[in-house]
Write a protein that binds this ligand. Structure first.
Ligand SMILES: [Cu+2]
Length: 383
């Protein structure tokens, strides 16, 4: 009996940190999904009412948003309406969003199939032990306390068991991490710049044109634009199946570019270029948000990414005044092979970035001028 008691106490001590992890682990993921269902429901019910769902802090910029929302020319492809199935939070959702990249699929599997069962089993096991010890070994039932001080076998068990559990978690976890930081050869580069409080997207491989992406205010937003607080006037556009390299930076404070359906999140830090990548395997529109507290309107700088076919992407680039690398735009969207002299200039700096991001740094200095002008025009009352 003494041995059993010691064993149980030992398991309790070994399991306590794991139990704490188990409780802390799954919280962030549901929080992301749970934070936004309300706007989605509201958006579905009152999509066009300007008074029903006023956006906090949006009043000063509303007239400018109206101007921005009207495209000057016909769109290069039919507007992609948001889907409740993928790319956006859903009412009452608490799971990780459906993933449309291979890394996202693997990571979601790792979370759902490996991490969640392990932490659930550990939590329940520790809870069971606690309850059992509290009742079975309470002082009233044990007037003479045990004086067991150590037991070699149990000490080895409670040391080895957590180590083995951690190893089981660590191996696939580190593999996943390594894949995220070992991007394949990029087909397209998009420079993402965070600003207070909107995003700009530059396409250095396609003539270096720039988009300024502002949130659509209520009254301007249409249902096909997306949910409230997620719809934007200018979506980032990328081809389906293309490896998209994102170079992420900021003009003012730290932002974070995050699209849950891509398993992509990267800090946008002023004066620094961060690189990440994704390869979306499914066409559609995917929403994200700035994920670093960046100021008063942090909650109002959403992200929307259109994933389109390659011909549609080429048409869209042309509609923005950009150029496709190579002679056949639709067939060769591989931006890292500039065969056309017209693209050689802008594409050149991005080519060696895969190994050494340093050469692109001078571009940061050049970018803000363009961005600031566009931003000032759109933001109106912004200082
Ligand atoms: Cu931000």
């Amino acid at each position: 009996m003494k041995l059993l008691k010691t064993f149980m106490m030992g398991l309790l001590m070994a399991g306590a940190p794991a139990a704490a992890l188990a409780q802390a682990g799954p919280v962030p993921a549901p929080a992301v999904a749970a934070a936004t269902p309300a706007p989605t429901v509201e958006a579905a019910k009152t999509p066009l009412s300007p008074t029903a769902a006023p956006t906090p802090g949006a009043t000063s910029a509303s007239p400018d948003a109206r101007e921005v929302a009207k495209p000057a020319t016909a769109p290069a492809y039919p507007k992609i309406a948001p889907s409740q199935d993928v790319g956006m939070p859903i009412p009452g959702g608490f799971e990780i969003q459906p993933q449309v990249t291979s890394i996202g699929t693997d990571a979601k599997w790792f979370h759902n199939v490996v991490l969640m069962p392990i932490i659930t089993i550990i939590s329940l096991f520790v809870l069971l032990l606690l309850v059992w010890v509290v009742f079975r070994y309470r002082a009233a039932a044990n007037p003479v306390p045990s004086k067991t001080s150590h037991n070699t076998l149990i000490e080895i068990v409670w040391t080895l068991a957590p180590v083995l559990i951690l190893l089981v978690i660590a191996v696939p976890s580190i593999q996943l991490l390594a894949r995220q930081y070992a991007p394949p050869k990029a087909d397209l580069t998009v420079k993402v710049i965070g600003n207070q409080w909107y995003w700009t997207y530059q396409y250095p491989d396609n003539g270096d044109f720039e988009l300024v992406s502002n949130m659509l205010k209520e009254g301007v937003r249409k249902p096909e634009d997306g949910p409230r607080l997620l719809a934007v006037d200018e979506r980032m556009v990328v081809p389906v199946g293309a490896v998209v390299k994102l170079i992420v930076t900021s003009n003012d404070v730290i932002h974070s570019f995050a699209v849950p359906a891509f398993w992509t999140k990267m800090d946008a830090v002023p004066g620094r270029l961060n690189e990440t990548w994704f390869k979306a395997d499914r066409p559609g529109v995917y929403y994200g948000q700035c994920s670093e507290l960046c100021g008063a309107r942090h909650g109002f700088m959403p992200i929307a990414v259109d994933v389109v076919s390659r011909p549609q992407f080429a048409a869209w680039v042309a509609s923005k005044g950009g150029t496709m690398p190579g002679a056949k735009p639709a067939d060769n969207p591989d931006a890292t092979k500039p065969t056309s002299p017209a693209v050689a200039g802008p594409a050149a700096p991005t080519k060696p970035e895969m190994a050494t991001p340093a050469p692109a740094i001078p571009a940061t200095g050049a970018a803000p001028a363009v961005t600031s002008q566009a931003a000032t025009a759109n933001q109106g009352s912004q200082p």
